[in-house]
Ligand binder design. Structure first.
Ligand SMILES: [Fe+2]
Ligand SMILES: [Fe+2]
Length: 310
């Protein structure tokens, strides 16, 4: 099956296990493709119930039922993160093989994260789908115009915000729920890697487009997340810096308000990165060098509602 169809099949698959099975043998593509319109919703089991709003009043995590709802919410964030990583691949017909290898790896990690949470929930007599879910993360990704938007919105905003939430939560959770702490610690450390991958490929994409990464980052945030920066949780400075955020980007996130629209530099002549969608992939992916290694369907909105992170 062509790579793009494989990607769409992963998005349509209902469970973490089904997504993981499809991802297991996927490799970077040999061909290019026309980016299809993504589905309005990713696949989910039939019994999942979608709700417009999640419960807003939260009791302390010392309250076991609250903690269970929290874990169910994180599970769906991880399941959604599989779809978002695969969507990044779908939007990248002209990106190098290394990009696809990286994001397919992220998708496998996210399926594993969802599986870890399913195991934890099972020990507590709970299962995914017991609680209502939402698709705000997917809606945010659909609001992106191109891969550059996606790299800012998903790994560099949603997943990075997940780092902030985890860094604030983990020290409190260690005494309350050691089993949950163990699982969420694994996820946190993997997510630093995901944000790092997103940061490096965002820079590579900007370079190929003749754009300044920090200006592009600020402009996309102002457009897609007005009023959501700074977020409600203190920034995880250590995690963000480990994931490649610059000190000035961290400063921007702390001082940024939605009414401060950064001025993006006019793009220079785009590299061949986004030229044409027909024929074979370039023999050598020299346009973008792989960077060094180091979270009832609402209408798709250009102003996605706040999300806790991926
Ligand atoms: Fe994850
Ligand atoms: Fe992630």
């Amino acid at each position: 099956m062509p790579y793009a169809e494989d990607l769409l099949a992963v998005i349509a698959a209902p469970t973490s296990a089904a997504k993981a099975a499809l991802l297991a043998d996927m490799r970077a593509p040999q061909e290019t493709w026309v980016v299809p319109v993504p589905p309005g919703r990713p696949g989910r089991p039939a019994h999942y119930h979608e709700a417009e709003e999640t419960r807003r009043r939260r009791r302390t995590l010392a309250h076991a039922p609250t903690r269970l709802r929290f874990l169910q919410s994180i599970h769906h964030i991880e399941l959604s993160a599989v779809d978002l990583a695969v969507l990044a691949c779908l939007r990248a017909p002209d990106m190098p093989a290394a990009f696809h290898t990286d994001f397919l790896g992220i998708a496998r990690d996210e399926a594993r994260h969802a599986g870890l949470l399913e195991e934890l929930l099972a020990t507590r007599g709970a299962a995914p789908g017991d609680a209502p879910i939402h698709h705000r993360l997917w809606a945010t990704a659909l609001a992106c115009d191109d891969l550059g938007d996606h790299l800012v919105a998903v790994p560099r905003f949603l997943e990075a915000r997940g780092l902030d939430v985890s860094a604030e939560l983990l020290p409190r959770l260690v005494g309350l729920d050691p089993e949950a702490h163990t699982v969420l610690s694994v996820i946190y450390h993997d997510e630093i890697g995901h944000v790092g991958i997103g940061t490096r490929w965002h820079r590579a994409w900007c370079q190929a487009q003749g754009r300044d990464p920090e200006s592009h980052f600020a402009t996309v945030l102002a457009r897609l997340f007005p009023g959501q920066v700074p977020g409600p949780t203190p920034l995880d400075h250590a995690g963000r810096l480990a994931a490649g955020f610059t000190a000035s980007e961290v400063g921007l996130l702390e001082g940024f308000r939605g009414d401060r629209v950064a001025r993006e530099e006019a793009p220079a002549a785009p590299a061949a990165l986004v030229s044409g969608h027909q024929g074979q992939r370039p023999a050598a992916d020299h346009h973008i060098q792989p960077p060094p290694t180091i979270g009832q369907p609402p209408a798709v909105s250009r102003q996605p509602s706040a999300s806790p992170g991926v």
